[in-house]
Design a protein around this ligand. Structure first.
Ligand code: BES
Ligand code: MN
Ligand code: MN
Length: 496
């Protein structure tokens, strides 16, 4: 017979024995609600502890499906992954499970709506993943999940399949042990998040009443650090472009033509060098007009978070941090907009030397946005600025790609408080409050179209290698995350 431990603590959590309570943004009163149901909840937690190994086997099956939304050749895998999620959702006891078609990849929907009078959680996540290249840098194949040193390695382990699966298992534990959920739940798992959720705004608008609820729960972000769980109350937005320059109809001999014909690679470099000034400020006219400044409370609170810049530099091999003058590293990534070059291509890049004047040069660039920057407005400002930078010696084409709005919520609402209590019980530490630099396009849509606040409770880690080779999820965080999720539903039920 298996012995069940009520809670499972990662050993490493001991490193953070200190309490951050006095030093972070206040989550407000997190009074423990009366728990007439505490034995029930203990049964749910016992069930989770007893099923640890099965969970990992099942998660491996989900992680084996290469549901890469960016690559057309994987369209059948994306569909297969949606089917897998639907089958799993039926198996754990969700009802009305269906794939809802969009002009792109289907949304997987399922609900359980028998907690009359209780709040309704809309759970959002994504089953699509990022491409895996460069694949030779993976220590184990990206779609053969492998456990090493307490981490499960696979594409999607953290972003976002592992974290979606955590909630499937929390629901399963409630339904298996108690035959009911403490709240009503609607699951909405999309397949286009990693390509910008292009069809999701229309989807939400078209299904407003079906998606109605009280709060959105999302687990699609890292926690602050190992042993330091967190709740995220802000995300950056994004606007992404491709810039193409053409200097001639074909590549030219650099001896015969060099000096008389513009070199598009160099022109592109010169244009890109005009995007930021020496203090790291973006030079696009009007770019900062709508930026909401950091509050003093946030700046004070973030200074007290256990962020170690030396470790940060070491972990990621960064010789010296860089960014806008006057802001800390956390402030630069969480609360300030930025301009990045994501890719650059021109001329001869093979081995050896080739004397060529390239005909074309291309850059992929993007801007992370913060509240209240509007992606459409920033896109217009960017296009105008780039047009102004391009000399007449080249043909310029600017193509807008995906993006999403920034998002921020008040960090002291009853749902954040409920999540704080659940996380403390699941992880043994009070969560800290963070913002994040990444983007989840639909979160602001939930607020604007459905009037719903979102609670972002993620169990990834800053070094999870999301979008990179060797993506991983800490197995203990996954396990504690299932427990915290199960408790979260109970705590959200108590908000009413
Ligand atoms: N899970 C991430 C978003 C995220 C990253 C949240 C880091 C918090 C911290 C999501 O899957 C993602 O990668 N989003 C894209 C959106 C883009 C394609 C529109 C991103 O941020 O690049
Ligand atoms: Mn994600
Ligand atoms: Mn992602």
């Amino acid at each position: 017979m298996m012995i069940s431990t009520r809670h499972f603590w990662p050993l490493r959590a001991k490193m953070f024995a200190r309490s951050w309570k006095s030093s972070v943004l206040s989550i407000g009163r997190t009074q423990t609600a009366q728990s007439g149901d505490s034995t029930d909840m203990d049964n749910v937690i016992d069930f989770v502890n007893m099923n640890r190994d099965r969970y990992l086997d099942e998660l491996k099956a989900l992680l084996a499906i290469p549901s890469i939304s960016a690559l057309p050749e994987h369209a059948p895998d994306v569909r297969r992954c949606a089917d897998w999620c639907a089958a799993e959702m039926r198996r754990i006891g969700l009802e009305n499970v269906k794939l809802i078609d969009t002009p792109g990849n289907p949304v997987v929907y399922g609900d359980w709506l028998h907690a009359s009078g209780a709040p309704t959680i809309l759970f959002y996540g994504h089953y699509d993943v990022q491409p895996v290249d460069p694949v030779d840098l993976w220590e184990s194949p990206p779609f053969e999940a492998t456990i090493r040193d307490g981490e499960i390695y696979a594409r999607g382990a953290a972003d976002d399949k592992g974290q979606v699966f955590m909630h499937f298992k929390a629901v399963e534990a409630h339904l298996k042990q108690r035959g009911r959920l403490p709240v009503n739940m609607k699951f909405m798992i999309e397949g286009e998040e990693e390509v910008g959720s292009a069809h999701l705004d229309d989807f939400v608008r078209a299904h407003k009443s079906d998606l109605a609820g009280d709060v959105v729960v999302i687990s699609d972000s890292p926690m602050f650090a190992r042993g330091v769980p967190s709740i995220c109350y802000g995300l950056r937005g994004l606007v992404y472009f491709q810039i193409d320059l053409r200097g001639s109809s074909t590549d030219l001999h650099s001896g015969s033509f060099g000096g008389a014909v513009a070199n598009p690679a160099l022109v592109l470099a010169q244009m890109l060098s005009q995007m930021k000034d020496r203090s790291g400020r973006i030079k696009i006219t009007g770019f900062y007009d709508d930026v909401v400044p950091l509050t003093d409370d946030e700046r004070q609170a973030w200074k007290t978070l256990p962020f170690n810049e030396k470790k940060y530099r070491k972990d990621f091999g960064i010789p010296k941090v860089f960014g806008e003058t006057g802001y800390s590293t956390l402030e630069r990534t969480w609360a300030r907009p930025t301009f990045e070059v994501n890719g650059l291509l021109s001329g001869f890049t093979g081995e050896g030397a080739k004397t060529v004047l390239p005909a074309v040069a291309m850059a992929k660039v993007s801007m992370r946005l913060v509240p209240n920057q509007d992606p459409d407005k920033i896109a217009r400002l960017f296009e105008a600025y780039v047009q102004g930078l391009a000399p007449k010696t080249v043909q310029l084409t600017v193509t807008r790609m995906h993006g999403g709005k920034p998002w921020m919520t008040s960090y002291d609402n009853v749902y954040v408080q409920a999540a704080a209590r659940a996380i403390e019980r699941g992880f043994g530490h009070k969560p800290v409050l963070t913002r994040e630099g990444g983007s989840i396009p639909v979160v602001s849509t939930f607020q604007e179209e459905l009037g719903l606040p979102s609670v972002l409770f993620g169990v990834g880690l800053p070094d999870e290698n999301a979008h990179a080779p060797n993506e991983k999820l800490d197995v203990a965080n996954f396990h504690n995350g299932i427990i915290a999720s199960a408790i979260l539903y109970e705590e959200i039920a108590k908000t009413r």
